[in-house]
Write a protein that binds this ligand. Sequence first.
Ligand code: TRP
Length: 331
Amino acid sequence: MTRVFSGMKPTGDATLGSYLGALRHWVDDQGPEALYCVVDLHALTVPQDPVQLRAETLGLATTFLAVGIDPNVSIVFVQSHVHEHSELAWLMECTASIGELRRMTQFKDKSEKAEEGGGGFVSGGLLTYPALMAADILLYDTDEVPVGDDQRQHVELTRDLAIRFNSRYGDTFVVPKATVRPAGARVMDLQDPTRKMSKSEDSPAGTILLLEEPGAIAKKIKRAVTDTEADVRYDPSTKPGVSNLLSILAASTGRTPEAAAEGYTQYGPLKNDTADAVVELLAPIRARHTELAADPAEVHRILDAGAERARKTAATTLARARAAVGLLAPR
Ligand code: TRP
Protein backbone atom coordinates (compact mmCIF):
# COMPACT_ATOMS: atom_id res chain seq x y z
CA MET A 1 0.00 0.00 0.00
CA THR A 2 1.09 3.54 -0.63
CA ARG A 3 2.27 5.40 2.45
CA VAL A 4 1.25 9.06 2.43
CA PHE A 5 2.58 11.82 4.71
CA SER A 6 1.75 15.49 4.80
CA GLY A 7 2.03 18.32 7.27
CA MET A 8 0.70 21.81 7.88
CA LYS A 9 2.06 24.55 10.13
CA PRO A 10 -0.12 25.87 12.96
CA THR A 11 0.43 29.51 12.07
CA GLY A 12 -2.59 31.61 11.20
CA ASP A 13 -6.02 30.15 10.60
CA ALA A 14 -6.60 27.69 7.76
CA THR A 15 -8.10 29.28 4.65
CA LEU A 16 -10.28 28.25 1.74
CA GLY A 17 -6.95 27.96 -0.09
CA SER A 18 -5.54 25.48 2.42
CA TYR A 19 -8.75 23.47 2.15
CA LEU A 20 -9.12 23.35 -1.63
CA GLY A 21 -5.38 23.09 -2.25
CA ALA A 22 -4.46 20.59 0.45
CA LEU A 23 -6.84 19.37 3.16
CA ARG A 24 -9.55 18.24 0.75
CA HIS A 25 -7.04 16.02 -1.03
CA TRP A 26 -5.77 14.66 2.25
CA VAL A 27 -9.30 13.47 2.95
CA ASP A 28 -9.38 11.76 -0.48
CA ASP A 29 -5.99 10.11 0.13
CA GLN A 30 -6.77 8.86 3.58
CA GLY A 31 -6.37 5.29 4.66
CA PRO A 32 -4.46 3.27 7.24
CA GLU A 33 -1.21 4.22 5.50
CA ALA A 34 -1.81 7.98 5.65
CA LEU A 35 -0.27 10.29 8.25
CA TYR A 36 -1.33 13.91 8.75
CA CYS A 37 0.77 16.03 11.04
CA VAL A 38 0.46 19.44 12.66
CA VAL A 39 4.08 20.54 12.23
CA ASP A 40 4.50 22.73 15.29
CA LEU A 41 8.30 22.54 15.27
CA HIS A 42 8.29 24.07 11.81
CA ALA A 43 6.40 27.07 13.19
CA LEU A 44 9.35 27.93 15.44
CA THR A 45 11.59 29.20 12.64
CA VAL A 46 10.13 32.61 13.42
CA PRO A 47 9.36 33.77 16.99
CA GLN A 48 5.88 32.66 18.12
CA ASP A 49 3.69 33.71 20.99
CA PRO A 50 3.66 30.57 23.18
CA VAL A 51 0.02 30.83 24.24
CA GLN A 52 -1.06 31.36 20.66
CA LEU A 53 1.12 28.55 19.28
CA ARG A 54 -0.42 26.09 21.72
CA ALA A 55 -3.95 27.21 20.84
CA GLU A 56 -3.32 27.14 17.10
CA THR A 57 -1.80 23.66 17.30
CA LEU A 58 -4.93 22.29 18.92
CA GLY A 59 -7.09 24.40 16.58
CA LEU A 60 -5.44 23.05 13.43
CA ALA A 61 -5.73 19.47 14.68
CA THR A 62 -9.43 20.16 15.27
CA THR A 63 -9.66 21.47 11.70
CA PHE A 64 -8.07 18.29 10.29
CA LEU A 65 -10.84 16.34 11.98
CA ALA A 66 -13.56 18.82 11.01
CA VAL A 67 -12.77 18.56 7.29
CA GLY A 68 -13.24 14.80 7.47
CA ILE A 69 -9.92 13.19 8.27
CA ASP A 70 -10.96 10.15 10.27
CA PRO A 71 -8.54 9.38 13.11
CA ASN A 72 -9.80 5.82 13.23
CA VAL A 73 -8.39 5.38 9.75
CA SER A 74 -5.51 7.81 9.18
CA ILE A 75 -2.94 8.85 11.77
CA VAL A 76 -3.43 12.42 12.99
CA PHE A 77 -0.75 13.77 15.31
CA VAL A 78 1.41 16.66 16.43
CA GLN A 79 5.04 16.67 15.25
CA SER A 80 6.63 17.55 18.60
CA HIS A 81 4.82 14.64 20.29
CA VAL A 82 7.06 12.25 18.40
CA HIS A 83 10.60 13.22 19.40
CA GLU A 84 12.08 11.06 16.64
CA HIS A 85 11.39 13.98 14.23
CA SER A 86 13.92 16.24 15.95
CA GLU A 87 16.44 13.46 16.25
CA LEU A 88 16.34 12.41 12.63
CA ALA A 89 16.41 16.09 11.64
CA TRP A 90 19.97 16.31 13.02
CA LEU A 91 21.09 13.40 10.86
CA MET A 92 19.44 15.11 7.88
CA GLU A 93 21.17 18.41 8.65
CA CYS A 94 24.44 16.53 8.51
CA THR A 95 23.43 14.96 5.21
CA ALA A 96 22.44 18.23 3.52
CA SER A 97 25.01 20.76 2.35
CA ILE A 98 24.79 24.43 3.26
CA GLY A 99 24.74 25.22 -0.46
CA GLU A 100 21.66 23.06 -1.00
CA LEU A 101 19.86 24.61 1.93
CA ARG A 102 20.74 28.14 0.86
CA ARG A 103 19.43 27.51 -2.65
CA MET A 104 15.89 26.77 -1.42
CA THR A 105 13.52 29.42 -2.81
CA GLN A 106 11.55 29.59 0.42
CA PHE A 107 14.72 30.25 2.43
CA LYS A 108 15.80 32.99 0.04
CA ASP A 109 12.37 34.69 0.14
CA LYS A 110 11.85 34.39 3.86
CA SER A 111 15.35 35.41 4.86
CA GLU A 112 15.19 38.44 2.57
CA LYS A 113 11.84 39.44 4.03
CA ALA A 114 13.13 38.96 7.58
CA GLU A 115 16.12 41.11 6.79
CA GLU A 116 13.96 43.87 5.37
CA GLY A 117 10.97 43.86 7.71
CA GLY A 118 11.72 41.56 10.63
CA GLY A 119 14.48 43.52 12.31
CA GLY A 120 17.19 41.54 10.53
CA PHE A 121 16.75 38.34 12.52
CA VAL A 122 17.07 35.16 10.45
CA SER A 123 17.04 32.04 12.62
CA GLY A 124 19.27 29.06 11.94
CA GLY A 125 16.07 27.04 11.77
CA LEU A 126 14.93 28.94 8.71
CA LEU A 127 17.95 27.53 6.88
CA THR A 128 17.71 23.98 8.25
CA TYR A 129 13.91 23.78 7.96
CA PRO A 130 13.98 21.40 4.94
CA ALA A 131 16.15 18.93 6.91
CA LEU A 132 13.39 18.71 9.53
CA MET A 133 10.83 18.32 6.76
CA ALA A 134 12.93 15.53 5.24
CA ALA A 135 12.98 13.82 8.64
CA ASP A 136 9.16 14.08 8.86
CA ILE A 137 8.80 12.33 5.54
CA LEU A 138 11.57 9.74 5.78
CA LEU A 139 10.67 8.53 9.29
CA TYR A 140 7.55 6.84 7.93
CA ASP A 141 8.93 5.18 4.78
CA THR A 142 6.69 7.57 2.89
CA ASP A 143 6.00 6.93 -0.79
CA GLU A 144 3.93 10.01 -1.59
CA VAL A 145 3.86 13.54 -0.21
CA PRO A 146 0.80 15.55 -1.28
CA VAL A 147 1.94 19.18 -1.25
CA GLY A 148 1.34 22.49 -2.97
CA ASP A 149 3.63 23.60 -5.73
CA ASP A 150 5.61 25.80 -3.30
CA GLN A 151 6.79 22.72 -1.38
CA ARG A 152 7.87 20.68 -4.37
CA GLN A 153 11.47 21.84 -4.03
CA HIS A 154 11.62 20.68 -0.41
CA VAL A 155 10.36 17.23 -1.37
CA GLU A 156 12.96 17.09 -4.17
CA LEU A 157 15.63 17.87 -1.58
CA THR A 158 14.22 15.12 0.65
CA ARG A 159 14.67 12.68 -2.24
CA ASP A 160 18.26 13.82 -2.75
CA LEU A 161 19.04 13.43 0.95
CA ALA A 162 17.47 9.96 1.08
CA ILE A 163 19.47 8.84 -1.95
CA ARG A 164 22.71 10.32 -0.56
CA PHE A 165 22.20 8.75 2.87
CA ASN A 166 21.40 5.37 1.31
CA SER A 167 24.49 5.46 -0.85
CA ARG A 168 26.76 6.52 2.00
CA TYR A 169 25.45 4.20 4.69
CA GLY A 170 23.46 1.48 2.93
CA ASP A 171 19.79 1.17 2.15
CA THR A 172 17.94 2.91 4.99
CA PHE A 173 15.19 5.16 3.61
CA VAL A 174 12.39 4.84 1.11
CA VAL A 175 12.82 7.55 -1.55
CA PRO A 176 9.56 9.55 -1.62
CA LYS A 177 7.95 11.63 -4.33
CA ALA A 178 5.77 14.74 -4.27
CA THR A 179 2.23 14.51 -5.60
CA VAL A 180 1.34 18.02 -6.69
CA ARG A 181 -2.20 18.78 -7.84
CA PRO A 182 -2.86 20.61 -11.10
CA ALA A 183 -2.46 24.37 -10.98
CA GLY A 184 -6.19 24.98 -11.67
CA ALA A 185 -6.91 24.02 -8.08
CA ARG A 186 -4.77 26.86 -6.78
CA VAL A 187 -6.77 29.52 -4.99
CA MET A 188 -5.49 33.07 -5.34
CA ASP A 189 -5.96 36.15 -3.18
CA LEU A 190 -9.33 37.81 -3.92
CA GLN A 191 -7.79 41.30 -3.87
CA ASP A 192 -4.57 40.39 -5.67
CA PRO A 193 -5.31 37.35 -7.86
CA THR A 194 -1.71 37.11 -9.01
CA ARG A 195 -0.64 35.87 -5.61
CA LYS A 196 -1.61 32.78 -3.69
CA MET A 197 -4.34 32.99 -1.03
CA SER A 198 -2.09 32.59 1.95
CA LYS A 199 -2.82 32.27 5.60
CA SER A 200 0.22 34.10 6.84
CA GLU A 201 -0.13 37.01 4.43
CA ASP A 202 -1.92 40.00 5.89
CA SER A 203 -4.63 40.41 3.28
CA PRO A 204 -7.85 39.96 5.26
CA ALA A 205 -10.13 41.15 2.43
CA GLY A 206 -8.44 38.80 -0.02
CA THR A 207 -8.49 35.72 2.19
CA ILE A 208 -11.44 33.50 3.09
CA LEU A 209 -10.90 31.65 6.33
CA LEU A 210 -12.11 28.07 6.52
CA LEU A 211 -14.21 28.80 9.58
CA GLU A 212 -15.40 32.23 8.53
CA GLU A 213 -18.97 33.30 9.02
CA PRO A 214 -21.21 32.97 5.88
CA GLY A 215 -21.99 36.71 5.73
CA ALA A 216 -18.33 37.64 5.74
CA ILE A 217 -17.53 35.04 3.06
CA ALA A 218 -20.22 36.41 0.73
CA LYS A 219 -19.06 39.97 1.26
CA LYS A 220 -15.44 39.17 0.41
CA ILE A 221 -16.39 37.28 -2.74
CA LYS A 222 -18.69 40.08 -3.89
CA ARG A 223 -15.87 42.57 -3.41
CA ALA A 224 -13.29 40.42 -5.19
CA VAL A 225 -11.21 42.17 -7.82
CA THR A 226 -12.33 41.30 -11.36
CA ASP A 227 -10.90 42.34 -14.70
CA THR A 228 -11.61 45.22 -17.05
CA GLU A 229 -13.26 43.43 -19.98
CA ALA A 230 -16.66 42.25 -18.84
CA ASP A 231 -16.86 38.74 -20.32
CA VAL A 232 -16.66 35.60 -18.23
CA ARG A 233 -14.04 33.14 -19.38
CA TYR A 234 -11.30 31.05 -17.80
CA ASP A 235 -7.97 32.57 -18.73
CA PRO A 236 -5.66 33.02 -15.72
CA SER A 237 -3.01 35.01 -17.60
CA THR A 238 -5.24 37.79 -18.97
CA LYS A 239 -8.18 37.49 -16.57
CA PRO A 240 -6.71 36.47 -13.21
CA GLY A 241 -9.59 37.78 -11.06
CA VAL A 242 -12.44 36.15 -12.95
CA SER A 243 -10.42 32.97 -13.45
CA ASN A 244 -9.81 32.76 -9.73
CA LEU A 245 -13.55 33.02 -9.05
CA LEU A 246 -14.15 30.31 -11.66
CA SER A 247 -11.51 28.09 -10.06
CA ILE A 248 -13.14 28.53 -6.67
CA LEU A 249 -16.64 27.89 -8.06
CA ALA A 250 -15.37 24.86 -9.99
CA ALA A 251 -13.49 23.37 -7.03
CA SER A 252 -16.48 23.95 -4.75
CA THR A 253 -18.89 22.20 -7.10
CA GLY A 254 -16.65 19.47 -8.55
CA ARG A 255 -16.28 20.77 -12.10
CA THR A 256 -13.53 22.18 -14.28
CA PRO A 257 -13.19 25.99 -14.39
CA GLU A 258 -14.08 25.94 -18.10
CA ALA A 259 -17.29 24.04 -17.39
CA ALA A 260 -18.10 26.36 -14.51
CA ALA A 261 -17.84 29.38 -16.82
CA GLU A 262 -20.67 28.18 -19.05
CA GLY A 263 -23.83 30.24 -18.94
CA TYR A 264 -22.28 33.34 -17.34
CA THR A 265 -22.10 36.61 -19.21
CA GLN A 266 -21.72 38.98 -16.26
CA TYR A 267 -19.64 39.19 -13.12
CA GLY A 268 -22.57 39.77 -10.72
CA PRO A 269 -24.25 36.37 -11.10
CA LEU A 270 -20.85 34.63 -11.11
CA LYS A 271 -19.99 36.25 -7.79
CA ASN A 272 -23.37 35.40 -6.27
CA ASP A 273 -23.15 31.76 -7.27
CA THR A 274 -19.53 31.48 -6.15
CA ALA A 275 -20.42 32.94 -2.76
CA ASP A 276 -23.33 30.50 -2.38
CA ALA A 277 -21.19 27.54 -3.41
CA VAL A 278 -18.41 28.41 -0.94
CA VAL A 279 -20.84 29.01 1.91
CA GLU A 280 -22.50 25.68 1.22
CA LEU A 281 -19.15 23.89 0.99
CA LEU A 282 -17.85 25.29 4.27
CA ALA A 283 -21.02 25.16 6.40
CA PRO A 284 -20.72 21.51 7.46
CA ILE A 285 -17.02 21.96 8.24
CA ARG A 286 -17.78 24.94 10.42
CA ALA A 287 -20.55 23.07 12.25
CA ARG A 288 -18.33 20.06 12.86
CA HIS A 289 -15.51 22.28 14.08
CA THR A 290 -17.82 23.95 16.61
CA GLU A 291 -18.86 20.54 17.89
CA LEU A 292 -15.29 19.27 18.21
CA ALA A 293 -13.99 22.48 19.75
CA ALA A 294 -16.54 22.11 22.54
CA ASP A 295 -14.72 18.94 23.63
CA PRO A 296 -10.97 19.64 23.53
CA ALA A 297 -10.27 16.65 25.78
CA GLU A 298 -11.49 14.38 23.00
CA VAL A 299 -9.17 16.07 20.47
CA HIS A 300 -6.26 15.64 22.89
CA ARG A 301 -7.14 11.98 23.25
CA ILE A 302 -7.14 11.55 19.47
CA LEU A 303 -3.74 13.27 19.21
CA ASP A 304 -2.25 11.11 21.95
CA ALA A 305 -3.45 7.97 20.21
CA GLY A 306 -2.15 9.28 16.86
CA ALA A 307 1.29 10.02 18.30
CA GLU A 308 1.45 6.57 19.78
CA ARG A 309 0.69 4.94 16.42
CA ALA A 310 3.16 7.23 14.63
CA ARG A 311 5.93 6.53 17.14
CA LYS A 312 5.96 2.83 16.37
CA THR A 313 7.09 3.37 12.80
CA ALA A 314 9.21 6.41 13.62
CA ALA A 315 11.19 4.58 16.30
CA THR A 316 11.99 1.68 13.97
CA THR A 317 13.20 3.95 11.18
CA LEU A 318 15.24 6.13 13.52
CA ALA A 319 16.93 3.06 15.02
CA ARG A 320 17.83 1.91 11.50
CA ALA A 321 19.29 5.32 10.65
CA ARG A 322 21.24 5.55 13.91
CA ALA A 323 22.76 2.14 13.38
CA ALA A 324 23.57 2.94 9.74
CA VAL A 325 25.62 6.04 10.58
CA GLY A 326 27.48 4.26 13.36
CA LEU A 327 26.00 5.70 16.53
CA LEU A 328 26.76 3.31 19.36
CA ALA A 329 23.55 1.71 20.59
CA PRO A 330 22.97 2.09 24.34
CA ARG A 331 22.81 -1.12 26.35
N1 TRP B 1 6.91 22.85 4.84
C1 TRP B 1 5.52 22.56 4.67
C2 TRP B 1 4.76 23.88 4.40
O1 TRP B 1 5.19 24.92 4.78
C3 TRP B 1 4.94 21.91 5.89
C4 TRP B 1 5.58 20.58 6.15
C5 TRP B 1 6.45 20.28 7.14
C6 TRP B 1 5.38 19.40 5.39
N2 TRP B 1 6.80 18.99 7.07
C7 TRP B 1 6.17 18.41 6.01
C8 TRP B 1 4.62 19.09 4.27
C9 TRP B 1 6.24 17.12 5.50
C10 TRP B 1 4.70 17.79 3.76
C11 TRP B 1 5.49 16.82 4.38
O2 TRP B 1 3.69 23.82 3.83
